[in-house]
Design a protein. Structure first.
Length: 162
C-alpha cells in the first residue's frame, strides 16, 4: 500500500456514545487529556472581545477550552452527549467556582433555536466523522450561529509527536 492510499482510505471505526462514556469515565481531570495550549482562547481573543458573548462549545469533553472564555466575560454553554463528560464539567465548574451551562445533547440536532450564539466552536470533534456527517455537523453549527458570528473548528494534525 502506498502512503497516499493509507492517507486517503477512510477509517472503518465509528465514534459511538458508549466509546465516549468509557473514555470520559477514565479521565476525571482536565489535565489527564492532552493539552492544546489554550489555542482556542488565544485565537478567539484575536478576533473579538469575549465579554458578553454567548458561546457554545460542541463536544465539550472536559470543557477545558471553555473555562478561559468565561473568565474573559463570555456566557458559555458546553454541549456533550456523554453524561460522564458533563459530570466532569460540573465538578470542575463547582470546584473552581466558574459559571457555565453544561448541556446534554446531540451535536447533529442542537437543542437551541437558530441564531442563538455569537461563537460556536469545537476542538478535536470534526475528525471523528465521515464527510457526510462532518458536513451535517458544520451545517448545524451554522444554524445556531447568529449572522456575523464566529465558527471556530480546530482539528488535530494527522501526524504529531504524541
Amino acid at each position: 500500500m502506498k502512503i497516499d492510499d493509507a492517507v486517503s482510505a477512510p477509517s472503518q471505526r465509528e465514534s459511538t456514545k458508549s466509546h465516549w462514556e468509557d473514555f470520559w469515565s477514565k479521565k476525571k481531570e482536565v489535565h489527564e487529556v492532552y493539552s492544546n495550549d489554550n489555542r482556542v482562547l488565544r485565537n478567539l481573543v484575536k478576533l473579538t472581545d469575549l465579554k458578553g458573548k454567548r458561546v457554545l462549545e460542541v463536544g465539550a469533553g472536559t470543557g477545558r477550552d471553555s473555562f478561559g472564555l468565561v473568565e474573559r466575560g463570555a456566557t458559555v454553554f458546553m454541549l456533550d452527549y456523554a453524561a460522564t463528560s458533563l459530570q466532569i464539567i460540573k465538578n470542575i465548574a463547582t470546584e473552581d467556582e466558574i459559571d457555565v451551562s453544561p448541556v446534554g445533547g446531540n451535536a447533529f440536532s442542537l437543542p437551541f433555536p437558530d441564531g442563538t450564539f455569537d461563537i460556536v466552536f469545537h476542538q478535536g470533534l470534526l475528525e471523528h466523522f465521515r464527510e457526510k456527517e462532518a458536513m451535517n455537523l458544520l451545517m448545524e453549527n451554522v444554524r445556531v450561529l447568529r449572522k456575523g458570528g464566529i465558527l471556530l473548528v480546530d482539528v488535530p494534525q494527522r501526524y504529531h509527536v504524541y
